[in-house]
Design a protein around this ligand. Structure first.
Ligand code: ZN
Length: 354
């Protein structure tokens, strides 16, 4: 198995090294007072996060930026495994998911129209990737200090989480992270991890576009935690639940995942907002939640009436139906690949400028 991992890792290393020198999620980014890990731990306390990923809003200060270009104009998304355990448990998911992106992106070039690539450092003996930290907990300086740290966390109540975009780091503080739970990840979840890489690259959720209602029907009351949120909101008597359903911030303050469905993104998500809202709505985007995501525990996910998101059969601006019927909408399954629209978004974010 290790050899297999190493082979994939070497392939990635080859891809990065064979390019000219130079040189890359729901966002869970810490704010000024909390690190991402603090936020993750806080969420552990909430049993209602029966969910497959977590996105913590960026907070007011730390902004998700794009991965910076090196001297040659190519941005590099560097990564490393937290430790040997993370490598052993997660390498298949990580490299398979990166390869899904590479199948679309290939090399940064004028031909492909983008200027971004992934990097992983391989041990000198070729036995596998370098770890982020050594046995004593010190950063392994062979890695880029801005590398995405891939952590294995069996305590996560969901499958995956990642920071959105690039977060500036230094040698002592590393802010680009991906958390994966090896006990919850299943065969086929390379797609879930590829979605997280989309966040890492800077993409937001497709279902949060302003025009999503032309294409999708969203029922806030079907989202996990809705009833509890409604009770709390009524007890507090300050906001109405309908107001909460429209507001990422209010959802987040309540501690529920409804914010991952709201259209109004947080104010500092401008770049992701720009990209997700550019071009036509992409119903095949890997950044689109499927119908079975975030379904309330008292709901029947087999029913089109009970899931948060369905697609309209006849979508269109102001021409879509007003309410769900058995004939005018349908549930849709998890998507299976990075879409052409996702590729276009990356080309927008990281254009080849030659
Ligand atoms: Zn996401």
């Amino acid at each position: 198995m290790l050899f297999f991992h190493a082979l994939i890792a070497l392939l990635l290393a080859t891809l990065t090294l064979s390019c000219p020198p130079p040189y890359n999620d729901m966002r869970f980014i810490g704010n000024t007072t909390h690190t991402s890990y603090d936020l993750i731990q806080a969420v552990h306390l909430n049993p209602d996060f029966g969910w497959n990923e977590l996105v913590i809003p960026t907070g007011a200060v730390n902004q998700g930026e794009l991965w910076p270009c090196g001297d040659s104009g190519v941005a590099v998304v560097s990564m490393c495994f937290r430790d040997a355990k993370a490598d052993a448990e997660l390498a298949d998911f990580v490299f398979d998911s990166v390869n899904m992106w590479l199948d679309k992106l290939n090399f940064p070039s004028s031909d492909r129209g983008h200027a971004v690539k992934f990097r992983v450092h391989i041990k000198p003996d070729g036995s596998g990737p370098e770890m982020c930290y050594d046995e004593t907990g010190h950063w392994n300086p062979i890695n880029d200090s801005n590398a995405v740290i891939i952590r294995s966390d069996r305590g996560l109540p969901y499958k995956a989480a990642a920071t959105v975009g690039y977060r500036k780091t230094d040698a002592r503080r590393h802010h680009n992270e991906m958390y994966l739970n090896p006990e919850k990840l299943e065969e086929g979840d390379k797609v879930t991890v590829a979605h997280e890489w989309g966040h890492v690259l800077g993409l937001s959720h497709e279902h949060r576009r302003d025009d999503r209602d032309d294409w999708l029907d969203y029922k806030c009351e079907n989202v996990v935690g809705y009833e509890e949120a409604r009770r709390r909101v009524e007890d507090a008597g300050v906001h109405g639940i309908d107001e909460v359903c429209e507001s990422a911030e209010l959802w987040y303050r309540l501690g529920f995942v409804g914010y991952a469905f709201t259209k109004n993104l947080w104010g500092n998500d401008e770049k992701a907002e720009k990209v997700t809202r550019k071009g036509p709505f992409d119903g095949n985007s890997i950044m689109l939640y499927h119908s079975y995501q975030g379904v309330g525990k008292d709901k029947d996910y087999n029913k089109y009436t009970d899931v948060p998101l369905v697609k309209w059969r006849n979508p269109g601006h102001k021409t879509h139906p007003k309410g769900r019927t058995a004939d005018n909408c349908f549930k849709y399954r998890p998507l299976e690949d990075v879409s052409d629209g996702d590729f276009d978004a990356i080309k927008d974010l990281y254009p080849w400028t030659g």
